[in-house]
Ligand binder design. Structure first.
Ligand code: GDP
Length: 296
């Protein structure tokens, strides 16, 4: 993950580490490289600008030219800022004190939403010993319902039966009711996925949200789609108000720009990341570790 950014910054910092003292010109030279590296990593331009400006301000404020190890100083500032930009601390998925906790997953078709629903169910079941119920709200795509049912059977998690003609918001209410009656801890709502965001989809998800009152609205976004994923995140956040992001296909993300931009653009944390096709390929997202990996 993040190979090219890591390599790029690695080269820049090798140069910095080799110098005894840094002039302001050197800092700017380094930051030009950082800027290029981030742009090449597909980080959104306004985010890059903000990042570079922040780092420059901090570097100059710390009188880098007089520092004993100026290269390491700049590396630390870049590292800290990257960690902050990725969200700072790891953000947990919030569970309500009174079960069941409704969690709604939203995202474009193909983003990995249904797979992530099952991965999350398995995660809560295996790692936190929670009793999880899943429900498919994609009434127009029977294939999506079948997929969730198949995954549910695979991981041993119950999937709410779909009733012909029942609208999504009614399914969401029934899922919650069922979860309460049957003593489930968590109810995962896999909302409809479409190839593009339109008003109809957004209205439907808003209705589901109002009916389910989820503790978390998690946006599932494909890291491989770079800037498109960032635009999608922005639209979903404006439309329904997401509380966290599940970043998928991190196993295939060589550039990392989506991860860096997404938090900055939505202001919402990346909580989990998908690292493969298998149902157990889901990990908590740790900003500091990711920043370390980026810097190498
Ligand atoms: P949905 O249309 O958003 O529900 O997407 P799916 O859950 O059906 O996922 C689409 C494809 O992406 C499937 O083939 C998944 O196996 C695959 N997928 C989902 N998450 C990941 C991930 O983190 N890594 C990899 N490599 N593949 C993933």
């Amino acid at each position: 993950m993040f190979d090219s950014l890591q390599e790029r910054l690695g080269t820049v910092f090798e140069g910095l580490k080799g110098r005894g003292a840094l002039s302001e010109k050197d800092v700017d030279q380094a930051l030009r490289e950082v800027r290029l590296a981030l742009l090449e990593a597909d980080v959104a331009l306004p985010v890059v600008k903000q990042f570079v400006a922040d780092v420059r301000e901090r570097a100059v404020g710390q009188e880098v030219t007089k520092s004993v190890t100026p290269g390491q100083q700049v590396v630390k500032i870049v590292h800290d800022r990257l960690t902050e930009m990725l969200g700072g601390e790891h953000a947990e998925i919030e569970l309500t004190t009174e079960p069941p906790t409704p969690i709604m997953l939203v995202g474009l078709q193909g983003s990995g939403k249904t797979t992530s629903t099952a991965k999350l169910a398995k995660y809560f079941q295996d790692k936190q010993r929670k009793k999880v119920l899943m429900a498919s709200l994609d009434v127009r795509r029977p294939a999506a319902q079948d997929q969730l049912r198949t995954l549910g059977a695979q991981i041993g998690v119950t999937v709410l039966e779909n009733v012909q003609g029942e609208p999504p918001k009614a399914i969401a209410k029934r899922a919650k009711r069922e979860a309460t009656l049957q003593g489930y801890d968590i109810v995962l709502l896999d909302t409809a996925g479409r190839l593009a965001i339109d008003d109809e989809l957004m209205n439907e998800i808003v209705e589901v949200r109002d009916a389910a009152e989820p503790a978390e609205t998690l946006l599932v976004a494909d890291s491989m789609t770079g800037q498109d994923a960032v635009t999608t995140a922005q639209k979903f956040h404006e439309g329904v108000g997401v509380t966290g992001i599940v970043l998928t296909r991190v196993d295939g993300d060589a550039r990392g720009g989506a991860a860096l931009s997404m938090r900055a653009v939505t202001g919402q944390p990346i909580k989990m990341m998908g690292t493969g096709e298998k149902v157990d390929a889901l990990e908590p997202f740790h900003p500091e570790r990711i920043a370390n990996r980026i810097l190498g």
